[in-house]
Design a protein around this ligand. Structure first.
Ligand code: F6P
Length: 390
């Protein structure tokens, strides 16, 4: 990125800033919620106690010497972080490591009876089976009679706004979804996005949250396949539970079952997706780098080659956006095309704004947002963007 002046990476130590509140308040709240959601034994409670002290008052501890992923975390910079306060290392790194340690504390990586038990599953299932999901699925019945381009736009917006309130966000800000606000797109390159989906090749969708975000992501994929806007789709999910509600393969299965069991048109979408998985038009990938504490600029060669071959990669959500453009306090008018120049191939971001990082706004839009809301528009989840680098 030769033309862009360097901007420092966001740390978690600035008093009063949003990242600090995530480390100091949201992470302890997540530990509490997980502890209450399962009948864990003394070992898991001890692990959670230790993590709580470490992540709020202590320093980043090393992984156990026999950790299955020790080498990977060495590549991901653990040696430079051990012994430092969680607040003083890059925020992206400390958040990611928090989830790695939380899973360790509850025995997710085993061996033992709690191996593979997703500590966030009760929250994900509650959302998947909520009245709101019923309502969203019922709306598909009305959509069926609309022209194809209207259906496509509605499903794109469903996928975009499905990112509005992930479970981690709601655990610490319960009213977030209902708060009166001015929902609005602060950047909209959807025309360019549609122009790139001409029917050839594969769409990669790097998923974000399960439940009420993954369902509309899947509906969008079903629509694009059924209407010949892409030949194939690859859905990238997380290899293990992450950021509370991030989608794993198990969540894809739950979402597909939710669709096929639903009344009306929703079941039809579910059956089509099921068939697309069976014949290979829809594949699910769980690459280790999806849970890396690093920006996409540092992606490994195998993933780079894979994404380079896609017609378009759609990157969903706030965290993926931070990883795409770099977790830095960019001036909001920094060109999106420049900060994503490292990405192997065409890329689109669909994201609601839930952290300070933003690029690609025009100066008038930024000025209007600041005049109306100060800096709240950056983190409130009430604004969204569709940005494309063709
Ligand atoms: O589910 P999303 O859209 O990736 O959002 C997760 C978000 O959680 C936070 O990390 C805070 O925990 C946000 O800043 C962030 O990026």
């Amino acid at each position: 990125m030769p033309d862009i002046p360097p901007v420092p990476v966001i740390l978690g130590n600035e008093p009063g800033a949003f990242p600090r509140s995530v480390l100091a308040e949201r992470h302890p709240a997540i530990i509490r919620q997980v502890r209450e959601a399962f009948p864990y034994g003394p070992e898991q409670h001890r692990g959670l106690d230790e993590l709580l002290v470490s992540c709020t008052e202590g320093v980043v501890e090393p992984l156990p010497a026999d950790a299955h992923d020790l080498d990977r975390w060495k590549t991901w910079g653990i040696d430079g972080c051990v012994g430092r306060s969680w607040f003083d290392v890059p925020w992206l790194w400390s958040e990611s490591y928090f989830y790695r340690r939380l899973l360790e504390a509850v025995g997710y990586f085993g061996p033992g009876a709690w191996q593979g038990i997703d500590p966030f599953r009760p929250f994900k299932l509650a959302e998947l089976h909520s009245r709101e999901t019923d309502e969203e699925l019922a709306a598909l019945d009305d959509l069926a009679d609309r022209p194809e381009d209207e259906q496509a736009t509605a499903l794109l917006h469903g996928s975009l706004w499905g990112n509005r309130a992930d479970l981690g966000f709601r655990l610490s800000d319960a009213e977030a979804e209902d708060r009166a606000a001015v929902p609005g797109l602060v950047a909209d390159d959807s025309g360019t996005l549609w122009s790139l989906l001409t029917g050839e090749g594969a769409l990669c969708l790097i998923a974000d949250n399960a439940g009420r975000e993954l369902i509309p992501d899947l509906l969008l994929i079903a629509h694009l396949l059924a209407h010949g806007r892409v030949e194939r789709a690859v859905l990238h999910v997380k290899p293990y539970p992450y950021y509370v509600s991030d989608a794993t393969t198990a969540d894809v299965v739950d979402a597909l079952r939710r669709l096929t069991d639903a009344p009306g048109r929703a079941a039809e979408y579910g059956r089509r997706l099921w068939a697309a998985m069976a014949d290979g038009r829809l594949t699910v990938r769980a690459h280790p780098f999806s849970c890396a504490p690093l920006p996409y600029a540092d992606m490994p060669d195998d993933l780079r080659t894979e994404l380079a071959g896609a017609t378009l990669t759609v990157v969903k959500g706030d965290l993926n956006y931070r990883r795409l453009v770099g977790d830095r306090m960019w001036p909001p008018t920094t060109p999106f095309a420049e900060v994503t120049a490292h990405f192997p191939g065409r890329v689109a971001a669909l994201r609601t704004l839930k952290s300070d990082v933003v690029t690609g706004l025009d100066a008038d839009t930024e000025a209007a947002l600041v005049a109306a809301e100060g800096q709240r528009w950056r983190t409130g989840g009430t604004h969204a963007l569709i940005q494309v680098r063709p």
